[in-house]
Structures are given as structure tokens and as C-alpha cells.
Design a protein around this ligand. Sequence first.
Ligand code: NAD
Length: 364
Amino acid sequence: MKKHKVTLIPGDGIGPEVSTAARRCIEATGVAIDWEVAHAGADVMEKMGTPLPDEVLESIRRNKVAIKGPITTPVGSGFRSVNVALRKELELYACLRPCKLYDGIKSLHPGVNLIIVRENTEDLYAGIEFEAGAKETTALLEKIKELNPKARMNPCPAISIKPISESATRKIVTFAFETALKNGRKKVTAVHKANIMKCTDGLFLRVAKDVAKQYEGRIQFEDRIVDNMCMQLVQRPNDYDVLVLPNLYGDIISDLCAGLIGGLGIAPGANIGDEAALFEATHGSAPKYKGLNKANPTAMILSGVLMLNHLGEKAAAERLEKAVAHILREGRYVTYDLKADRNDKTAVGTSQMADAIIKAMGQH
Ligand code: NAD
């Protein structure tokens, strides 16, 4: 039997609990995995002076496949996002987030089954930022005034730069169409704000339309302005199929769609590049639940299903997904967030839900 080498980054907050649950479920499929555990995040920052040591990147480059628990990013100040750094350093240009409603989950709409494809390397997420009042910011403001005398800004602004390139857009939109073909989907919708951001989002839309021509007759194409898209998704999510978005809109719409399928505890994800793939839930580190054995492990376990598929272990992936679906449908051995009443005393903990999934795998 082939043994796969996989880098496992437990993360922080609820990360270690949900990644342990996912690891146990993946192991219970019988697929042989040699785990290389690598740590990143706030605790590592304290010990090593960096939240993302080179060993972590080297391990993923070597193994080409990784699964990661969420990692906290300090808000407003402190170190930059490890999650964003991993995506950029490893050129994981595509973020794939299937949003499928499983039976047994309470939702606004039946049958939601969307795929979100989010660009992962640029946009306002690129981290090119200038602090209010800093001398670099003053110099940048002078330059902007010189290049565009009509530009009006309030005094002393902070500035974030939004790069959107033709090459990254072409890559992500092509990835979205290929994902649609591979998964038997019918339509790709490009999401943008090209009416206002004519240069950046205008470019995204123009390139998306151009890529769409290659798929004419096979996959339909349409576009939506992001604000309208939010309303449409809340009212009629089943009118949509595969969505392709620049980084920031993709981040926001991912959480909206997670809300349509039972919440962040359910929504899995994958970051994919030409050289490596890193699997992680859509949710963050939910610090208030750290160490309480309360968080829902489903999103992380379903990220494991995506990973098994990526490793070519289709039968194991299907077995694990079926077991998760069974436990969700049954609704007994599930965490508090999946109970109608969040204070329901019959809710189980993170590890007990994983136990039930493992047991269900043996029975189905
Ligand atoms: P979050 O996703 O951690 O939490 C949002 C809400 O969803 C909270 O109410 C939380 O309790 C709930 N929730 C999240 N995951 C859950 C689960 N598995 N089971 C049950 N409930 C769950 O988002 P946040 O509070 O905005 O961010 C917390 C930290 O996580 C921040 O530092 C943020 O930067 C980081 N973050 C990391 C990632 C990542 O590692 N890829 C992604 C998003 C946020």
C-alpha cells in the first residue's frame, strides 16, 4: 500500500482539537499516511521570533501536501497573517471552497451546493499597506497627487494597495472553469465591483470574459456585482453554481455561503498551487472555544476528504464523507452549533463527534 507523506500544522485556538479529530478520522479510513507535524503561529512566534519558521515551508515543499488547523492573526497590529504568508510563499493561487448542504442541517434554503473559487495571492490581501502619518505614506500621497491631481482624500489617511493582475486573474478564472468541468457543473459566475473599481475589478471582469470564451458551449458564464451577489445568495443560492472571485470578496462570500450550509463549523477548503496543496477549514481559530472540546470538527474533517481526493484516495474520501453525512443526518452525535438549541445538553464534544464518525465508517 502506498504511504503518503503529509505535513500537519495543528494551528492554534481550536486548531489542535479539530486537527486531531481530522487526523484520527483520516487514519480510520485505512489510508497510510506518514505525518510530519510542523508548528506555526503565535506560540512559535514567542519561541522562535517568527510565526512561520522556514522548516514549515520546507516541509510542505518537500511533501507537496499539507493540512492545517486555523492560525490566529492579531487584529490591527502585530505579525502579519501566517495563513496569507503560506498561500503567497507556496504560490497556492486558488482557494477552493465547496459549500454543500448536508441532510439534517437546518438552513434557509434546501439543496445548496455551490463551489467558491477565490483568488489567493493578490487584491487588498496582498499586505501592501501604509500606516496613517508614516513618512512613507506622506511620500506616497505626494506621488499620488503628482500623478493624479484630481484624487481627493481626507487628511492623513492610511492606505492599502489593491493589485489585480491579468496573469493571476487568468489563472484563477481558468481554474474555476476547469473545476466546473471536473465536477459536472454548468455555470461560472464572476463576482466583482467593476462599476466602481474600473481599473482593478474592471480588469478582473474583462479577463474573466475572455477566458470564458474558451469554454463557450460547455460551461455558461455570467457576472454579478458583489453587493447584488450577496443579496442573490441570501435569496436564491440555487440559481448559482461555481463562483469565481478576487481575494477579498472571496473571503467575505465564503463566510456568507458557510452560513447557508449550517455555519463555519461545516465549511471545508483547499488552497491549491502548481507545486503544493494545503487543506484547511474556512473558519478561524475561534479563541473563545480553545481547549474546551466544543468546536465542530466537521469543516476540518471535510477538508481531510478534499485532501484524500487530492491524494488519489477516492474510495477512502467517499467512505469518510458518507460517515460525516450519516452523523449530520442523524443529528445525535453533533456539536452544540448543529443543535436547534445551542444550549442543548445532548450536544457532544469535538472528540466525541470524531469518535461517532469513525464508528459510522466501520458500519457503512
Ligand atoms: P472564526 O472563524 O474563528 O469564528 C467566527 C465564529 O464562528 C465564532 O463565533 C466562532 O466561535 C464560530 N466558529 C468558528 N469555527 C467554529 C467551529 N469549528 N465550530 C463551532 N463554531 C465555530 O473567526 P474570527 O473570530 O473572525 O477569527 C478568529 C481568529 O482566526 C482571528 O485571529 C483570525 O485572523 C483567524 N482566522 C484564521 C483563519 C485561518 O487560519 N485560515 C481563517 C479565518 C480567521
